[in-house]
Ligand binder design. Structure first.
Ligand SMILES: Cc1ncc(COP(=O)(O)O)c(C=O)c1O
Length: 478
């Protein structure tokens, strides 16, 4: 094969997977109209020149919404948007897929709003994302908290045991669903297959918040998605790790799901903007097409290989350690949670940032999280490894102390009032110093990771104080 034919074959390979929204948007771009409709910047002509030159004229030209240019509509799904959702459902192994704007947050809100009612119970892990809680505030459902394993040495939450789910289902009536976050932010995987079997036994649907796991269906070295393990619905933040643009996510309904899909769809319609960004929708379409393409598969294989390399190199270091699979739980290899002897995660984060210009996904009390992404080159990982080696060999003894603020809430709540009742009760704002013994009226769940420190209706105790150092005042029930 000559180098010219090789290039052509390569180019053909990378464009082979259909991406209907991308194609429709390209067509609209190439056939511009005289525009007398929103968005008012009118293909960028009305935009600030500095902004236009920063993001590019083309980006503003394709910034349109779903009513124009034969691009289809999101609610109800029609045209290229419908086709793209169907292709996504096929790629992820779902019966139906909804594209989400406002992230997986929108999916979680719609699931709670569409499928649960006031007073019903939702069994969920305490380290669920705050969007699950907001969903309960909207619907009036109440959480029954599963307390996952705590990995004290690592300062993080671990897996949810199937036994704890079974015990909850056995002791409570009126459970509308079980809702599990899998994996955790740090990549710890729970036994979803067993949890799904238990849910089936009790006739209760299982939702799995896989916000951090949209890559799993595209590489055999990653864990299995809950869509193939008996869950009824799954959310994926494609924008987190899948390569789409920020805020764009997917909600999948599984084959054989027992959920009322119409109710979810109606809730989504009410929660979504009425002016969906075609650029974000196209980026979802493009991310799915990329992950299915030979090029995307290669990128993901490289991300897995990079993660393995990083872990092997950390194994050679004396003072830096990484979280590995253990008995009872697996991990997603691309999420590398590390800690360094004598340094808090936050300290390690600032050393990496200030001395090495490296930004990490997040840092907490004990360690920090590094993502091996589909967009990372081997040279990025090599630079990270070299930097970690330098830290491992250097004595950062001058800053060898723990922060006085805690970052990863690992508290067992004391519930005094229902979530919704507390959220809508009369409130007052008081100095934090007077808050112990009062009932919280606000959701305090800082991002990342968006896990609750305090929720409306929960008693504020001494144990909360180390997490609240940035707060001068707190909203409590009057
Ligand atoms: C477990 C989990 N679920 C849902 C979300 C919300 O996702 P999004 O940012 O896509 O709205 C997050 C965000 O961090 C998350 O960690």
């Amino acid at each position: 094969m000559t180098s010219v034919t090789r290039t052509i074959t390569k180019r053909k390979q990378s464009t082979k997977v259909a991406a209907p929204i991308v194609e429709a948007l390209k067509k609209a771009y190439e056939n511009p109209t005289y525009q007398f409709h929103i968005p008012g910047h009118t293909k960028g002509n009305g935009a600030l020149p500095e902004f236009k030159s920063l993001i590019g004229r083309k980006a503003l030209c394709v910034d349109t919404t779903d009513e124009f240019d034969n691009l289809g509509t999101l609610h109800p799904a029609t045209g290229p948007i419908k086709e793209a959702q169907e292709l996504a459902a096929k790629a992820f192994g779902a019966k139906k897929t909804f594209f989400l704007l406002n992230g997986s947050t929108a999916g979680n809100l719609a699931l709670a709003m569409g499928l649960t009612k006031k007073g019903q119970k939702i069994i969920t892990n305490r380290n669920c994302h705050r969007s699950v809680l907001t969903g309960m505030i909207i619907s009036g459902a109440e959480p029954l908290w599963l307390i996952p394993n705590r990995f004290e040495d690592w300062g993080i939450w671990g897996n949810v045991s199937p036994e704890s789910v079974e015990e909850m289902l056995h002791t409570h009536d009126d459970v509308s669903m079980v809702w599990i976050t899998n994996p955790t932010y740090e990549g710890v995987v729970s036994d979803i297959k067993s949890i799904a079997a238990i849910c089936k036994k009790y006739g209760v649907p299982l939702i799995v918040d896989e916000a951090h796991a949209c890559l799993w269906n595209f590489n055999e070295h990653l864990p299995t998605s809950a869509l193939h393990l008996g869950a009824d619905a799954v959310v994926h933040s494609l924008h987190k790790t899948g390569g789409s643009m920020s805020q764009s996510s997917m909600l999948h309904i599984a084959h054989g799901s027992m959920l009322d899909v119409d109710a979810v769809e109606k809730a989504l319609k009410l929660l979504h903007t009425t002016s969906p960004s075609l650029m974000l929708l196209a980026s979802l379409d493009a991310a799915r097409a990329n992950l299915e393409s030979p090029r995307g598969k290669k990128q993901l294989a490289r991300a897995v290989a990079n993660a393995k390399f990083l872990r092997r190199e950390i194994d050679k270091m004396e003072h830096i350690h990484h979280l590995t699979p253990d008995f009872g739980y697996k991990t997603d290899i691309t999420k590398v949670f590390i800690k360094a002897d004598g340094l808090s995660g936050k300290r390690l984060e600032s050393i990496l940032e200030i001395d090495f210009n490296i930004e990490v996904e997040s840092a907490s009390d004990a360690g920090l999280l590094l993502l091996s992404n589909i967009g990372n080159k081997r040279s990025d990982i090599q630079y990270l490894v070299d930097s970690l080696k330098k830290i491992d060999e250097t004595h950062y003894s001058d800053i060898c102390h723990l922060e006085n603020k805690k970052h990863m809430p690992m508290l067992t709540p004391i519930i005094e009032m229902s979530l919704r009742e507390a959220f809508y009760s009369e409130k007052e704002t008081i100095p934090k110093s007077q808050a112990i013994g009062r009932i919280s009226a606000e959701v305090i769940a800082e991002c990342p990771p968006g896990i609750a420190i305090l929720l409306p209706g929960e008693l504020i105790t001494e144990a909360h104080m180390p997490y609240l150092n940035d707060y001068e005042f707190i909203e409590v029930i009057k």
